[in-house]
Structures are given as structure tokens and as C-alpha cells.
Design a protein. Structure first.
Length: 179
């Protein structure tokens, strides 16, 4: 009986030592929460440089990703395109002065850019029309139809921008000829 009590005592002492050692190695839950709260990571802000883009003249190889890329809403497409237009406007100002006043030169460059982008969307829409003509899968037909619809919206968006820029260009040229 003394042996069993002694072995029980040794066992309890070993368990207590193991528990004490474990408690010293691992911080408590409260300490972990405090460390986590104090060590918050800063929020990552993404810019256009961080995100990969593709142009409409070179659609993606995968039809699913191409359809997703082609479905750009008018407002987001407009904001991206206005940023590009602003960049081109800055480049136009840096270009050597021609016989046109800077405003006319800038509008001509915007017009050219809009026409190029519209042509890229037209090519993409034509590609989806060709794919729709031969596709038998209902799912793929729906995806191609959605992508085609998005491309057609973008073509119309650029047509509106072209029309507006042409009107602005005509006004600017008239104003410069009156000087």
C-alpha cells in the first residue's frame, strides 16, 4: 500500500511539473488576444499598378475569364477610360506644339484614342459573335452572349464619347479660327 501511495504521489508530482512547464511555455488566452489586438496589420491599398489588366484588342484565351473581363460596367469603364484620357492629355501637353492650339490637339488625341479603343471592343464583339454561331453548349452560349452584350455596351459607350469629343473639337476649332 505504501508503494501505491508513493507511486501515486510521484505521478501527481510529475503531472504538476509537466503542467507548470506547459503553462510557462504558452501564454494565456488573454495575453494572446492582447498581442493580436496590439499587432494589427495595416490595411493594404491596391492601385492600378498592383492589378493586372488586359486590353480589349487582346482578349484572354479562356472564354470564362474573357467573359468576366468583358462585362465591365459603364461607370467603371468610364472611370478607367477617363484616367487613360487624362494621361494622354498630359502627354499631349508635353508634345511639341503644332499649328493647333493645345486644346484642339488634346481633343484630337482623345478622339484618336477613343476610336482605337472602340475598334478593340468591336473586334472582341465580333469574336464572340463568331463563337456564338458555332457553340452547342447552352452554358457557353450564355457566357458568350453575356460577353457580347458587354462588348456592345462598351462600343456604344465609346461611340458616345467619340460624338461628344467631335462636338467639343468642332467648337474648339471654331473658337481658334475666330482668334
Amino acid at each position: 500500500m505504501k508503494k501505491s501511495v508513493l507511486s501515486l504521489l510521484v505521478f501527481l508530482l510529475a503531472a504538476a511539473c509537466a503542467g507548470l512547464a506547459q503553462a510557462q511555455q504558452e501564454p494565456s488566452l488573454a495575453e494572446l488576444a492582447k498581442q493580436h489586438r496590439d499587432g494589427k496589420k495595416p490595411v493594404k491599398v491596391f492601385s492600378n499598378d498592383d492589378v493586372a489588366t488586359s486590353s480589349p484588342s487582346q482578349p484572354a484565351e479562356n472564354p470564362k475569364s474573357a467573359a468576366a473581363t468583358a462585362q465591365v460596367t459603364g461607370s467603371s469603364a468610364a472611370s478607367v477610360n477617363s484616367a487613360k484620357a487624362d494621361q494622354m492629355a498630359g502627354a499631349a501637353k508635353d508634345a511639341p506644339a503644332s499649328k493647333d492650339i493645345p486644346e484642339v490637339a488634346e481633343l484630337k488625341q482623345k478622339l484618336s484614342s477613343y476610336k482605337e479603343q472602340q475598334e478593340g471592343w468591336k473586334k472582341s464583339a465580333k469574336k464572340y459573335q463568331d463563337l456564338l454561331a458555332t457553340e452547342t453548349s447552352d452554358f457557353r452560349r450564355q457566357m458568350y452572349q453575356d460577353a457580347l452584350q458587354g462588348d456592345q455596351q462598351n462600343v456604344q459607350l465609346f461611340q458616345d464619347k467619340i460624338d461628344q469629343t467631335q462636338a467639343d473639337l468642332a467648337k474648339a476649332e471654331k473658337a481658334s479660327s475666330n482668334r
